[in-house]
Design a protein around this ligand. Structure first.
Ligand code: FAD
Ligand code: MLT
Ligand code: ZN
Length: 507
């Protein structure tokens, strides 16, 4: 090879990921109430009475009904401290039957509920807006079965993604999705948001990987679509109603997921690149050169990596460059895969598309580089308030908005950066400001959504609509499609008790 790669090991000190997450969580003060911040009117649901709490205590037991303000508070606040609800009750069911009893009761009493998994959602969907009862799935965390031949895993919705991944890895399989929140997010939350993540390029989205679902409708009816079959064309594919509907059509209690084989060979490259145009050329070349073993193609600009390195004290394995690219391969033959990757690297270092880089097959080093990439999500929180956007755009226009926003904000933001899943046409744009102001918010919204709409993009590529974007959904959804969504909601949840103020604009 004509150019030597800088060695990774000596430059990287491992920092425990959970400590960083904790630091991020505690960095800011109590957020403003969502209802005040966004001027929302409470819908006409019943108020929670002591008789309601007593009913819940009877069916769940005292210890699985939280009502103390300090106990309930963390469940009212979202991960990026953008939203705060006012719930006074958290319920922790342990079975589908308990979920069904809770919903049947709430529906009859017209009590609104907010389903909550790991509460890592980034659009305010996982926390209440007013006093919705929080149904938290943490205790529904059992693996039910795993067919090691087909790869079909059946489990309860509260299983933490990382725990499932560890479980199936011991049996030579992997979960089809991976994301920075894996240590906290739950498979039910992943299904409800149709989470994308870092391997979607290779393994596809959850509409494909989820084989079956058990869910409970607003009136308590249990819908059993928990088949673990690859093929099942017996009428409507109802599982898809629950995937990505963010807890507004039903509550997911069990999931059947297809787990791919654990790749025998994993290799990761982290490269410095001169400009975004070169990233596109590199992506094109990676698809051709690496073909079926390409599992991730991610980018981050200098500001994204620099903010993460500085705020979270993480090492950057290479020097400063305007852009960074992370390329990963998952294959079955180490010799074959590393030869392919080496050829690709030599070629693109010679062509000048890659300025400098490092390549590793060592699990600890792979983990450290991924940790840098995954930590970008929360790095800005240490510094102030974070506006977060998650859009799909044609690749030619993928990065356009970042420089446009820098100009538009004209020094009002501490930093604006872009990073994301190039292979999926999905960029994340974070705008960090000292504190939230309506003035800055109105410079960003609806401007960003208008721009995305001009290119026929999506205003939410993977995080969902949640509480923050229902009034912008029309930028990406045709009125005819939106009407059908409303009709489905009316059919499945006529009293509107499931996650109100989320996903759908006012009916
Ligand atoms: P929650 O946040 O608790 O809930 C999310 C939504 O699903 C809410 O509307 C909630 O009401 C609903 N819900 C939760 N559980 C259920 C259930 N059992 N039944 C019905 N509705 C339910 N997302 C991506 O797509 N790709 C990424 O790469 C990615 N990376 C992230 C990295 C970090 C560091 C963080 C903090 C978040 C990231 N996210 C990402 C966003 C988030 O992790 C995902 O949306 C995830 O799927 C949410 O899972 P959760 O269990 O935390 O759900
Ligand atoms: C990511 O790709 O890191 C996640 O979607 C989270 C984020 O947008 O920051
Ligand atoms: Zn993402």
């Amino acid at each position: 090879m004509s150019i030597m790669f800088r060695k990774l090991g000596i430059l990287i000190k491992s920092i425990e990921k959970n400590n960083i997450r904790e630091k991020v969580r505690c960095a800011s003060t109590l957020p403003q109430l969502s209802s005040e911040k966004y001027n929302i009117k409470r819908k006409q649901f019943s108020n929670v009475e002591s008789t309601d709490v007593n009913y819940f205590k009877r069916i769940l037991g005292e210890e699985r009904v939280l009502t103390e303000e300090t106990d309930v508070m963390p469940y009212n606040i979202d991960w990026i401290k953008n939203c705060r609800g006012q719930s006074s009750v958290v319920l922790k069911p342990k079975s589908t039957e308990e979920v069904s009893n809770i919903l049947k009761y709430c529906n009859e009493r017209r009590l609104a509920v907010c389903p909550q998994g790991g509460n890592t959602g980034l659009v305010g969907g996982s926390v209440p807006v007013f006093d919705e009862i929080i149904i938290n799935f943490t205790l529904m965390n059992k693996v039910i079965s795993l067919d090691e031949i087909s790869g079909a895993l059946i489990c309860e919705s509260g299983c933490i993604l990382e725990n499932l991944d560890n479980y199936v890895r011991d049996r030579n399989l992997i979960m089809p999705l991976d994301l920075g929140a894996k240590g906290t997010c739950q498979i039910g939350g992943n299904a409800s948001t149709n989470a994308g993540g870092l391997r979607l390029l290779r393994y596809g989205n959850l509409h494909g990987s989820i084989l079956g679902i058990e869910a409970v409708k607003a009136d308590g009816t249990v819908i059993d679509c928990l088949k673990a079959l690859k093929k099942d064309n017996t009428g409507y594919h109802l599982k898809h109603l629950f995937i990505g509907s963010e807890g507004t059509l039903g509550v997911i209690t069990k999931v059947a997921v297809h787990c791919p084989a654990l790749p025998k060979a994993v290799t990761l490259g982290f490269f410095g690149v001169e400009n975004f145009e070169n990233i596109l050329q590199l992506y094109r070349s990676a698809k051709t050169s690496l073909g079926e073993i390409l599992s991730a193609f991610e980018m981050a600009d200098f500001e994204a990596i620099n903010t993460t390195v500085k705020n979270l004290k993480l090492p950057n394995p290479i020097a400063d460059y305007p852009f960074y690219v992370l390329v990963e391969t998952h294959g079955s033959d180490e010799g074959h895969d590393s030869e392919k990757l080496s050829r690709f690297l030599s070629k693109e270092m010679d062509s000048g598309l890659i300025l400098d880089g490092t390549v590793t097959s060592e699990p600890a080093k792979i983990q450290t580089i991924w940790n840098l990439r995954e930590s970008i999500a929360g790095a800005g929180l240490v510094q102030g308030y974070m506006f977060k956007y998650d859009v799909s755009l044609p690749l030619r226009n993928y990065y356009d908005l970042v420089p446009q926003l820098r100009t538009k904000l004209n020094g009002r933001a501490s930093v604006v950066f872009g990073y994301g899943h190039v292979g999926d046409g999905n960029i994340h744009i974070n705008v960090i400001v000292p504190e939230y102001t309506k003035e800055i918010c109105s410079l960003l919204e609806p401007y960003i959504f208008e721009e995305v709409s001009k290119f026929n993009g999506s205003i939410s590529a993977e995080h969902g609509i949640g509480f923050r974007k229902p009034h912008f959904i029309h930028y990406s959804k045709d009125p005819s499609a939106l009407q059908l969504m409303k009709d489905l909601k009316q059919l499945m949840d006529p009293n509107g008790i499931l996650n109100p103020y989320k996903v759908l604009p006012d009916m």
